[in-house]
Design a protein around this ligand. Structure first.
Ligand SMILES: Cc1ncc(COP(=O)(O)O)c(C=O)c1O
Length: 296
């Protein structure tokens, strides 16, 4: 079941539409060029998690592409309409996990129209996120083929923006599956750890009793993760020390725990890298998951 709401200047609360029927023009540049931006958010227990951070990143991604977006109030109103309809239509099945994904999508629209297309969908969250949280995930390191200073040299490559052009990310995941792994950690051509195709990499180490949390630095052209941001803020308040790359693959093997984190999977512990099992300090993961849960 997917609920669909278009942002529409003539309907302040958004326009509900049938997600199972054709809705987009085939000339929309979001469809033919992947020219647009998006966000995926977790909706659970009646709340959209980290909504402000996602709206802010959507705006940043759109600015990188010179894409005009509807105003923030229009997004908030459409999201409210969409989740209200989702709650109405959702079957009250206690077996049904109370987790949905809210997607915000904005494209450049058809070439001959002055305005882009923007919509919100709400649908049940994929089961894989919940499974990865508990079972963990085997990853392979894959070369992204760029060096870690490319983003600064070549802003037109839109590194670090959440654009609709995710075909490469999905191809990397399929490649990992052929190698018997479930997910990927990208590395740069100069040997830095970057990010997953749909996640941020976090690692934790205990140093003389102090818990240290480290993530690759965004200057390497990775997406600034809203989950990483929320975990870092909560961990710092709880006394952890924080660090930002540069990181190399050896750092992943030396850490006491490594996770792929994102809005839908939350924290997924990495269990092996390129077939080599890695440390998994479960207490660290339990603590970070509780900190993330507390911030909502
Ligand atoms: C490339 C990439 N990096 C990181 C993330 C994690 O971002 P967030 O925690 O905001 O979901 C995502 C999310 O889909 C992503 O696509």
């Amino acid at each position: 079941m997917t609920v669909l709401v278009f942002l529409d200047p003539s309907r302040p609360a958004g326009r509900l539409a049938d997600a199972s029927a054709a809705q987009l023009l085939v000339t929309d540049q979001g469809v033919i060029r992947g020219d647009g931006v998006f966000e995926s958010m977790l909706y659970t227990a009646g709340a959209v998690r980290k909504l402000d951070a996602h709206l802010s990143r959507l705006r940043g991604s759109a600015a990188s592409c010179d894409l005009d977006l509807p105003g923030e109030q229009s997004w908030r109103a459409a999201i409210a309409t969409a989740v209200a309809r989702y709650d109405q239509e959702r079957t009250a099945d206690p077996e049904d996990p109370d987790e949905a994904v809210v997607k915000l999508i904005a494209t450049r629209g058809p070439e001959d129209q002055p305005h882009g297309t923007a919509w919100v969908t709400v649908s049940p969250a994929p089961e894989s996120g919940r499974r990865q949280r508990t079972e963990g995930v085997a990853v392979v390191l894959l070369d992204r083929g760029y060096d870690s200073s490319l983003a600064e040299r070549a802003p037109w490559l839109l590194q670090g923006a959440k654009t609709l052009s995710y075909a490469v990310n999905m191809a990397a995941l399929r490649h990992a599956h052929t190698l018997g792994a479930e997910d990927v950690i990208f590395t740069s051509s100069d040997g830095r750890v970057l990010e997953g195709p749909t996640s941020t990499v976090l690692l934790a180490t205990r140093v003389n009793g102090v818990k240290q949390l480290v993530t690759p630095m965004v200057e390497t052209g990775i997406l600034p993760g809203t989950t990483q941001g929320a975990i870092f803020a909560a961990a710092e308040a709880a006394g952890w020390t924080l660090g930002y790359g540069p990181l190399e693959p050896a750092d992943l093997f030396d850490a006491d725990a490594v996770w792929l984190v994102s809005s839908l999977r939350l924290l997924a512990p990495v269990t092996s890298i390129d077939g080599t099992p890695i440390s998994r300090d479960r207490a660290l993961g339990t603590e970070l998951a509780a900190l993330l849960e507390a911030v909502g």
